[in-house]
Every structure is written in C-alpha cells, then in structure tokens.
Design a binder for this molecule. Structure first.
Ligand SMILES: Cc1cc2nc3c(=O)[nH]c(=O)nc-3n(C[C@H](O)[C@H](O)[C@H](O)COP(=O)(O)OP(=O)(O)OC[C@H]3O[C@@H](n4cnc5c(N)ncnc54)[C@H](O)[C@@H]3O)c2cc1C
Ligand SMILES: NC(=O)c1ccc[n+]([C@@H]2O[C@H](COP(=O)([O-])OP(=O)(O)OC[C@H]3O[C@@H](n4cnc5c(N)ncnc54)[C@H](OP(=O)(O)O)[C@@H]3O)[C@@H](O)[C@H]2O)c1
Length: 492
C-alpha cells in the first residue's frame, strides 16, 4: 500500500469536489416562513436591568419562568452588547502564514504530542502519501486535522461582507482579560482569517442571530433575526437552520444587508473557530516507518436544500491535490481510547464496518510485525468491489495465517447482511476466544445504530454459546468492559 490517505473508492467519484457558490435568494422565499410583526414588547430587561428594547430579550422576559429557563438568553443581551472583544487595525506589513509559535503546544487546546503539527503531503495515483513525518504514535491513537474553508467560500464571504481578502491586520484585546486567538498569526490577512479560522461552513448557533440582529441596519432582516433569536422563534430557527443544516455563510447570504454592515471587529465574536476533526490512525510505524495513513469517508448528504451538504474536513482533504505542489495539512496526534494487549498470545476480536476498520488496520499491522497471533477481524461494507478497503492486504495476511477475516457485504443480496449477523454466525469461535482464551473485543465505526446492535449480538452469543441468562450475559459484558477487554470507539 503506497498511499497515505486512502479515499473510500465508492466516494471518490461523486463526493470530492466542493460546490460552486450558492445562489442566495432570501430565506423567506426559500423557506416560506412567516415574517409577521413582532409581538408587543415589555419594557425593561429582567436579567441585566437595562431599558433596552431588544425584542428577543423582551420576549424572554415575558415568557413564564419555566419556559424562560429552557431558553436562557445568551449573554450579553442584544442591546447591552458591548464592543467587540478584540480590535483590529490595518497593517501594512506582509501577513504571516502561520502563528510564529505554532510549534508551541499552548497554541491549541489539544496539545500536540510527540511531533510536529504540520505534515507535507504529496499525492500519487489518486491517493496521498506523506513525507517529512516527525510524529510518533501507536495503534489506537488518533490524528486531529485542522481543515480549511474552500477558496470559493472565502471569496463569497468576503464579497458579502465587503472585505478585501488581501488586507492585513493586527489584533489587540480591548480589555485586559481578552486574549487574541493563538491560532491566528499577527499580522494576519483577511484571507487567512476567513479561510483557516472562521467556521463559515458550520451550522450557526442562536447567538449568531442575536448578534446579527443587533448589528442589522435593515428593518425587515432585523425583524426576522430577532424572531430567530427569541424564545418563541426557536422552532422556526430549527426549521430554517438546524434541520436542513444551513451554514453560517448561507445565513449571511439570506441576510445580505446585515452581512454587508457587520463591522470586521465583530467577526471573532460572531463566528466560532473551525474545530479540528479526529481520524483513527490506520497504519503502524512498525510496518510503515515514517508514514501516517488514515481512511476518510467523504461526507456528503442531502437535506431539503438545493445544494448538498458537504463535510468540511473530509471534502477539504479530498480536494487537496499535492500533484500541484506541496500541501500542508496541520495535524496533531493524540492518544485514542483503544488500547491493545501486549502479550504475544492474547487474541483480539475486532469489529470494524466501513471506516471503523481504520484503527484495526494499525493494530493488525503492529501485532503481525510483533508476531502476536489470534487476530480476528469482522469487516463490513456495501459491496466487495466498491468499498472493501485494503482487501489485498487482508487476503495476504489470511494467506500467511496471520488473520481470520470475516466479511459482511451489506448490499450484495436482498437482505442486509451486517457484521453483527456474522458475529452471531461465528458465535462458537467468538465465545471460545473470549471465554477460554481471554480475547479482547473491540468495535469501531459509525455511532448511529451499529454499536448497540453489535453489542446486542455479542451478549446473545454469551447466552447462546455460554448458556448465560440475560442478566448474567449483561454482567459478563460489564466485567469485560471493566477489564478493558471490551472497548469501543465510535463517531457520528
Ligand atoms: C475518535 C474518532 C475517530 C474517527 N475516525 C475516523 C476515521 O477513521 N475515518 C473517518 O472518515 N472519520 C473518522 N471520524 C469522524 C471524523 O472526525 C469527522 O467527524 C468526519 O470526517 C466528518 O467530518 P467533516 O468535517 O468532513 O464533516 P462535518 O462538516 O463535521 O459534518 C459532519 C456532520 O454532518 C452531519 N451529518 C453527516 N452525515 C449526515 C447525514 N447523512 N444526515 C444528516 N446529517 C449528517 C452530522 O452532524 C455530522 O456530525 C472519527 C471521529 C472520532 C471522534
Ligand atoms: N457515497 C458513498 O458511496 C459512500 C460510501 C461509503 C461511506 N459513505 C459515507 O461515509 C460515512 C461513513 O461511512 P462508513 O463507510 O464509515 O460507514 P457506514 O456508512 O456506516 O457503512 C459501513 C457498512 O456498515 C453497514 N451498516 C449500516 N448500518 C449498520 C448497522 N446498524 N450495523 C452494522 N452495519 C451497518 C453499511 O451498510 P448499508 O449502508 O448497506 O446499510 C455498510 O455496509 C457515511 O456518512 C456514509 O454515508 C458514502
């Protein structure tokens, strides 16, 4: 395997490109939501005692106390909002590309461990391979990757807000207790701020609407923003934003007069930073020295909106083309929740459908290299010829007697066949390994319903093969969990 980042084959064709700019008809046309008049406001703000006339705040003050506590006002209230936490000033000097102290662990909430935070990648034959790797990690560790917004989103955002992407600025705290984000270089360019820091592709929280309402010069837009900020408007906000997964950028498109009036100093108060994404490390340094490989499912799905929803990090990674020159991917390694036994003869039973197989590839590589036996892998995917990741590698390990591989191809027949079905079918082997040979049991992958269904299948194996009653099987599982012989790592 020469690649370092392996895209699920079934995803590469249709999910890798970032879309063109969204067309931006006003939300009220798109969503046919009502723009009725605001209810009469009550004078005075209960929480801070001011005389502000913020409709959202007044509504909160007017609802019964139980309801009010369900929708606590975010602070500060709209009209009491102070100046932005930070002040920016134009800077004539060239912007820096990264913070000067980027190798300092304190620049990020997760301290980078054992390595350099930046990896140069280059891609060969459709996959990516890593170079200049100075990281240390073990099977079960995860890598955190800091994604970027697409260039088209940066351009669209800057246009909406009337910002010059090439303008450089420096930040200063307005108050003694405010600090500048350590992840931002100083001086910084607007392009860097929008592209690498502001989560414009994220789904906004209510506080965005509150702050926008307080900044809006447009009556119609302000009324709608106030409705979304209010306790009574939360259902409408959910329908407009949360359910269809509308992004910050799309919301700004829907409120163009407000967007154009946002003072740049408020950007850091308005939009949260992009958060890094975790990926299970799928390779072992013992087998592949100097390499770090991950298996990434490119996230794309549809809601009722015209444009598909695209996962920020997975689509960004898929869009990188090291063929055009070196690509920098900021990343950190941190311990994961999975740990594997070190003794030579302790077997492992690993259940990893889809990308859930990633941490188990690292573990199997490491165990095989150390001569550890008893490696059993349950792998599930849609179709053998579409998303059977690392098939050749598994077959080779099987041939060498280093791996027992059980597969479940869910879409090759009428009825779904999943890993839990195979687990039941192989109940005698699973029970023997766990009960007689002290095997460790692992599961990883999609957090939706797979973990509960696999766990249920496992307890039914305890009952059917071990003759345990329901409650005894449940306490047997609890015992395994306490001894770290049942471990799971799942993600949404
Ligand atoms: C410990 C750990 C290990 C992980 N390992 C891996 C790994 O090995 N490989 C891997 O691919 N991922 C892994 N992940 C998941 C990964 O961190 C990201 O969450 C994933 O890549 C999506 O990130 P994104 O930025 O592309 O999508 P985002 O922009 O973050 O969007 C993802 C969000 O979109 C929503 N969403 C996604 N699909 C749908 C849908 N069909 N309908 C409605 N809403 C939806 C969900 O809210 C989801 O959280 C791991 C996560 C953790 C915590
Ligand atoms: N566009 C694509 O072709 C494509 C391909 C792979 C992944 N993805 C996306 O990538 C993300 C993660 O993918 P992934 O490959 O890690 O995992 P995944 O989508 O969960 O699929 C992995 C395997 O698990 C099966 N599965 C579904 N529900 C299950 C359950 N309750 N118990 C056990 N197995 C179950 C799937 O079958 P079924 O899907 O047949 O139910 C599939 O065979 C998802 O958002 C997915 O939509 C897209």
């Amino acid at each position: 395997m020469s690649s370092s980042i392996l895209w699920p084959r079934s995803c590469t064709a249709d999910c890798c490109s970032l879309g063109a700019a969204h067309s931006c008809p006003p939300a009220w046309v798109m969503t046919s939501m009502s723009w009725g008049p605001m209810p009469p406001s009550i004078l005075g703000c209960e929480s801070c005692g001011c005389r502000c006339r913020s409709a959202s705040h007044h509504r909160l003050a007017s609802v019964p106390s139980r309801q009010a506590s369900l929708y606590p006002p975010s602070s500060p209230c709209i009209s009491c909002r102070g100046p932005p936490r930070l002040r920016s000033s134009r800077h004539p000097q060239q912007a820096l590309k990264s913070p000067p102290h980027s190798s300092d662990p304190s620049w990020h909430p997760w301290s980078p461990i054992r390595g350099s935070p930046v990896l140069h990648t280059s891609r060969t034959s459709g996959c990516s391979s890593s170079t200049s790797l100075a990281l240390g990690f073990a099977a079960g560790d995860v890598v955190l990757i800091q994604p970027e917004n697409s260039a088209s989103h940066v351009q669209q955002f800057c246009q909406l807000l009337g910002l010059d992407p090439d303008q450089n600025f420096v930040l200063q705290p307005r108050e003694p207790d405010a600090t500048c984000p350590a992840r931002l270089p100083q001086p910084c360019s607007v392009r860097h701020l929008v592209g690498r820091y502001l989560d414009v592709a994220g789904v906004p929280r209510r506080s965005l609407f509150e702050l926008l309402a307080s900044l809006s010069p447009d009556e119609l837009e302000r009324e709608k923003l106030l409705e979304f900020s209010s306790a009574g408007g939360q259902e409408a906000l959910h329908a407009y934003c949360t359910r269809p997964r509308r992004t910050v950028l799309e919301v700004l498109c829907d409120f163009p007069h407000t967007a154009a009036a946002v003072p740049p100093d408020y950007l850091l108060d308005l939009i949260p930073p992009i958060r890094p994404r975790a990926f299970s490390i799928a390779s072992s340094l013992v087998t592949l020295p100097g390499r770090l490989q991950i298996l990434v499912a490119v996230v794309q799905y549809w809601t009722r909106l015209k444009e598909p929803r695209r996962g920020l990090c997975s689509c960004w990674l898929a869009s990188l083309d090291p063929g055009q020159g070196p690509v920098q991917v900021p990343l950190w390694v941190q311990p994961g929740s999975l740990t594997f036994p070190e003794t030579a003869d302790t077997p492992v039973v690993m259940v990893g459908p889809g990308t859930g197989v990633a941490p188990f590839r690292a573990a199997i590589q490491e165990r095989v290299a150390r001569g550890q036996t008893g490696n059993v892998l349950f792998f599930g995917c849609r179709q053998r010829d579409q998303d059977f990741y690392w098939e050749a590698e598994w077959q080779e390990l099987k041939r060498r007697g280093c791996l027992t591989l059980v597969t479940a191809f869910s879409r090759e027949q009428q009825q779904k066949v999943y890993v839990q079905h195979r687990l039941r079918e192989h109940g005698p082997l699973v029970w023997e390994l766990i009960n007689q040979q002290g095997a460790y049991f692992y599961l990883a992958g999609n957090a939706k319903s797979m973990p509960a269904e696999v766990t249920e299948a496992l307890t039914s194996v305890f009952q059917e093969q071990g003759g345990l009653s329901g409650p005894d099987a449940a306490s047997y599982l609890t015992g395994l969990q306490r001894a770290l012989r049942f471990q799971a790592e799942t993600w949404a």
